[in-house]
Write a protein that binds this ligand. Structure first.
Ligand code: TMP
Ligand code: ASP
Length: 259
């Protein structure tokens, strides 16, 4: 097969030209970074797990009527996605306090927030993705007020869906980050969920033990990073017991959680 044209290489993914106009191949790397690339490692198998987990989550979102860029998984590391004009914002939804909000506002790690909180960060590695307000977003034309409303209502819907999905397999959804892109069809434009949804972009804690199962294992040097990701995949039912990825739906973990 002729090698495809590379469009972009990010910290955890590579984008190649897709087979048809308006499509892209998204390749999941094993590269893992934190603190704006200050910390970097290659964690073998991470890309394969994130490809599967993101496929599972995006497919579930499509099923409840949230439009995403996901079309289909192509192989262990690649998925076919819709090409979008990415909005340069990271949309974070928080249910419990962790990470930057604890530092910024002096909240205790793990505290339940009075309600789900949505934050916007401006995607710019040079600036370290600073938090921004709606004022900045509209003044600098990163998105218009209607798009902000749309992102906020979609983000809350996604939060409800994900929180329930993860709670069903014994996982607390502490927070997560999503990105949106504009998809043009004729003279119509809609905002769809892009990028990935995986343990790289969510904080996931075991509901009973509080064990961290996401990228904070890497950020905080807790070790066994991939074991955490694999356990998330296993509970969601995207890993067969022999370790091969497959799809058999979520696994009940409440009683007799056999390993
Ligand atoms: P934060 O507490 O560091 O602001 O992170 C909030 C959530 O967003 C957390 O689930 C991790 C995720 N996140 C990303 O996916 N990419 C990023 O660049 C950052 C800073 C956070
Ligand atoms: N900011 C991302 C994170 O910490 C990755 C990175 O900055 O290199 O999740």
């Amino acid at each position: 097969m002729a090698r495809r044209k590379q469009i972009y290489e990010g910290k955890a993914k590579i984008l190649f030209e897709g087979p048809e106009p308006g499509t892209i191949i998204q390749y999941f790397k094993d590269d893992t970074t934190a603190f704006n690339n200050q910390k970097h490692d290659i964690l073998e198998g991470k890309g394969v797990l994130n490809n599967r987990i993101s496929e599972f989550v995006m497919t579930g979102l499509e099923r409840i009527g949230v439009a995403t860029h996901f079309i289909k998984r192509v192989n262990m590391r690649e998925q076919l996605v819709r090409q979008v004009e990415i909005i340069p914002l990271e949309v974070v939804v928080r249910n419990y306090a962790a990470g930057s909000i604890c530092k910024r506002l002096g909240i205790e790690d793990g505290a339940a927030l009075p309600r789900s909180i949505i934050e916007f960060y401006y995607k710019d590695d040079k600036l370290g993705d600073p938090i921004v307000s709606e004022e900045h977003i509209t003044a600098f034309n990163w998105a218009n007020p209607q798009e902000i409303d749309d992102m906020m209502s979609q983000a809350l819907r996604i939060n409800d869906y994900l929180a329930g999905l993860f709670a069903g397999v014994g996982i607390k959804l502490v927070d997560f980050k999503i990105e949106f892109g504009r998809q043009y069809e004729g003279d119509m434009m809609r905002l769809i969920v892009a990028d990935e949804i995986s343990p790289d972009s969510c904080r996931l804690w075991d509901l009973e033990t509080g064990d961290i199962m996401d990228k904070d294992r890497f950020r905080k040097d807790l070790g066994n990073v991939i074991d955490g990701y694999r356990e998330v995949a296993r509970r969601l039912g995207v890993l067969r017991e022999n370790g091969n990825a497959g799809s058999k739906g979520p696994v009940l973990v409440s009683d007799n959680d056999e390993k």
